[in-house]
Design a protein. Sequence first.
Length: 424
Amino acid sequence: MSEILSRDHALALDAADPLRALRRQFLIPRHGSGEQTYFVGNSLGLQPRGAQDMVKEVMQQWAELAVEGHFTGPTRWLNYHRLVSTQLAEVVGAQSSEVVAMNTLSVNLHLMMVSFYRPTPERPVILMEAGAFPTDRHAVEAQIRFHGHDPAQCLVEVQPDEPNGTISMAAIEAAIQAHGPRLALVLWPGVQYRTGQAFDLQSIAALARGKGARVGFDLAHSVGNMPLQLHDWAPDFAVWCHYKYLNSGPGAVAGAFVHERHHRDAGLPRFAGWWGHEESTRFQMAPQFVPAAGAEGWQLSNPPILGLAPLRASLALFEQAGMEALRAKSLRLTGMLEALVNTRVPQVLEVITPADPAQRGCQLSLRVSGGRARGRALFEHLHSVGVLGDWREPDVIRISPTPLYNRYQDLHHFVDEVEAWAGL
């Protein structure tokens, strides 16, 4: 074990890593005379070197073509959002017609609930996890109130039932069974943002459908992180952002999935916008809304071209690497990080993310012993020496080794600094 967890072994793994060249495709912030050790891809991914060229291309088109940029060349803006559809579909395991890059996550979540949260007196309930990311809970409560219902009666939150604040599949199944006749929608995360727990989305979708409920997924911490098969798992919808593991910049345009079984359902309510109108008749400017087939039919406005440009650069790297290879490296990185923490600093840090590799992605959530003040002191020390994770109240540091650009030796730097701070 000591040899496997040695720095020399980590250096050897880095030298043999088939994905090692990808690190050079990212701009890594500096710290002093060297590079930061960056573990915050779960919050904001690093900038791909190609992103600036993609943005400059759009700026040049605007300068040279002005409005004609909408209709000129292979990257014409009229169809620009489709430049990412095939690669994005590969990342999430969908058909290209089932995905669209648009808006932001919270906007897309509301738009999807307009269509897929249709409460009745018999079925008014939305089921989600307790401690969900605030945007999800805010949106759910707002939608329940919008339909004239009381969140106190119509919002069911599944409480953690495991020691570190994680939720067992048994608890999820029991909640769906117990509330099944009243469930309108099950809204569940792919990865819980605080604990880093990844869920069995295929089983959750099947359980929800079996009770006659709609099902939607928030994949903010899953896309580009976990293997996904959305078409086969068949939720009604999914939403996500692209600024985390998809490395598309702060406030980046987000993504949405709508399963193909809904694509031609003209009776499905939705908030309509001109850009969601079928393309063949869009410019006839008729007053009647005819939705485009596929997820594109949920678009409201024309795509943010400058916002989509960095996503093109990032998806090219995902296509080059392949999700299978990225996942394999991610499993090795988190496995080594867990072993280093448990072996070298167990009196300082406790891993609260599940030990089962199938129940976690890149992120390990680490509870600092001794309470909040001690945890903040460690977090600030790490920041001061150029080791960046992020903080979640009251006592958790999230560390996310991202296979596109993190190295095995980075894990040693992190643990070395924890040991130095603790005086071990």
